[in-house]
Every structure is written in C-alpha cells, then in structure tokens.
Design a protein around this ligand. Structure first.
Ligand code: 5GP
Ligand code: ZN
Length: 112
C-alpha cells in the first residue's frame, strides 16, 4: 500500500522520532506549526477516525497517554493541543490516522 505514514512506521522513510513502541510511533512533523509539533500514529494502518472500531480503537487511548507524557517531558506545562483532522473538510491530507501534538505557543480558538 502506498501510504507515507506506513512507510515511516516501518522505517522505509526516515523520521525524527520522539517515541516508539510496538503499537505506536511519535515523530516530528516536517512542516511544524508550533515550536513543538509531533505526530502520533498507530503502526497498523487505520485510514482515519472514521475507520475506528471497538476492535482497533484501544490504540487511541495509548496515543493520548503517550502524548501527555511527551508534553510533560518536553516542558509543555502551560498546555498543549491534540488535533485529529478527519476527511476533506477536517483538513486531513495523509490518509493514515494521526494525532498532532502542538505546543510551545498560545493556541487560537476556534481553529481556522
Ligand atoms: P493532516 O493535514 O493530514 O492532519 O496532517 C498531515 C501532516 O503530516 C502535516 O502536518 C504534514 O506536514 C505531515 N507530513 C506529511 N508528510 C510527512 C513526512 O513525510 N514526514 C513528516 N515528518 N511529516 C509529514
Ligand atoms: Zn498507513
């Protein structure tokens, strides 16, 4: 399958890793939108939040717990944002489920 994040998960495309285990990978975004901008992905291919099921969704909890740990390690004590873009209107450009961990600046609301 021609999926860029599957290739990153397998190490076929290099990335700057922030965390890795057998289930998930966290790596720095190529085009950072904040001083800290990390992407967290399941290693297994899930196309988007729409493809989550009772069977495959435990990884989302693992991703959120890992994002909070990374935020603490990276000194984001003032706060941070976790974002999932889903589908065309959501602004999803890579069709492999991912969560953005953004921090190091004050975030705006509502997002654009
Ligand atoms: P989306 O718009 O789908 O929510 O986010 C996709 C993100 O993946 C974007 O922020 C983009 O900069 C990042 N991205 C796309 N291709 C690569 C890549 O090959 N390596 C890394 N590190 N980030 C990527
Ligand atoms: Zn994939």
């Amino acid at each position: 399958m021609d999926c860029v994040f599957c290739k990153i998960a397998k190490g076929e495309i290099p990335s700057k890793k922030a965390y890795e285990d057998d289930q998930i990978l966290a790596f720095y975004d190529l085009d950072p939108q904040a001083p800290v901008h990390i992407l967290l992905i399941p290693k297994a291919h899930i196309a988007s939040a729409n493809e989550l099921t009772e069977e495959n969704s435990a990884v989302v909890s693992h991703i959120f717990l890992t994002a909070a740990k990374l935020a603490k390690e990276l000194g984001l004590e003032k706060g941070y944002r976790i974002v999932n873009n889903c589908g065309e209107d959501g602004g999803q450009t890579v069709q492999h489920l991912h969560f953005h961990l953004l921090g190091g600046r004050s975030m705006k609301w509502p997002p654009g």
